[in-house]
Design a protein around this ligand. Structure first.
Ligand SMILES: [Zn+2]
Length: 166
C-alpha cells in the first residue's frame, strides 16, 4: 500500500497576499510543503493536489467573494504543477460548495476516494489551506473513509486558529 501527500487548495487566491481570499501566513508554508514534495517523490510515493475550481457564477461567491475561478490566475497552484501526480478539482458545480477534497456538500464525489483506491493508497499526509475549512473537512472525510491520516500543521494555514488538531 502507498502513502500520498495531499495538498489542499494551495492556490494563488488563498496563498498570495495579493489573492482574493488570502489566508494569513499561507505563503510562509511553501518551503515546508516543497520539502514534503521532495521527500514523497524520493520515496516513490504520490503527490496529489486539490484545486478549488469554480465556474464564474459560483454561488459561494456571495459569501466568500470571487475566488479560484476556473482557468484564472487566482486558481493556479503555488507549487510546481509538474511535481504533482494527480489533481482533484472541487466546487465545479455552480450551486454546490465543496469544502472537502473528497465530497461536495451534497455528498457527490470529487473522484479522490476512487483515485486513491485505484492507486492502492491507504495513508495520507494532509497539508494546505484553510486549516479550519477545507483542510478540516478533508481530514474528516479521509478518516470517515478509513484512511490513516497525518495532519501536518507546519504545512497548513487557517483563517481562524480556534480549531486545532492534536
Ligand atoms: Zn471556493
Amino acid at each position: 500500500m502507498k502513502h500520498a501527500l495531499l495538498i489542499v487548495d494551495y492556490q494563488y487566491d488563498f496563498v498570495s497576499p495579493e489573492g482574493n481570499l488570502y489566508v494569513p501566513g499561507a505563503e510562509t508554508k511553501l518551503e515546508h510543503i516543497t520539502g514534503l514534495i521532495s521527500k514523497f517523490k524520493q520515496e516513490n510515493n504520490l503527490v496529489i493536489a486539490s484545486k478549488d475550481w469554480h465556474p464564474a457564477d459560483h454561488y459561494s461567491f456571495a459569501e466568500w467573494g470571487n475566488h479560484c475561478e476556473q482557468n484564472k490566475q487566482g486558481a493556479s497552484l503555488m507549487i510546481n504543477e509538474t511535481d504533482v501526480d494527480h489533481i482533484i478539482l472541487k466546487g465545479q458545480n455552480k450551486n454546490i460548495e465543496s469544502y472537502s477534497a473528497f465530497f461536495d456538500e451534497k455528498g457527490n464525489s470529487n473522484g479522490l476516494d476512487e483515485l486513491l483506491k485505484k492507486l492502492n493508497v491507504n495513508e495520507l499526509t494532509i497539508v494546505g489551506v484553510a486549516t479550519d475549512i477545507c483542510v478540516a473537512n478533508t481530514v474528516s472525510s479521509a478518516i470517515k473513509a478509513g484512511y490513516i491520516v497525518h495532519l501536518d500543521l507546519d504545512g497548513c494555514a487557517g483563517f481562524s486558529n480556534s480549531i486545532t488538531f492534536q
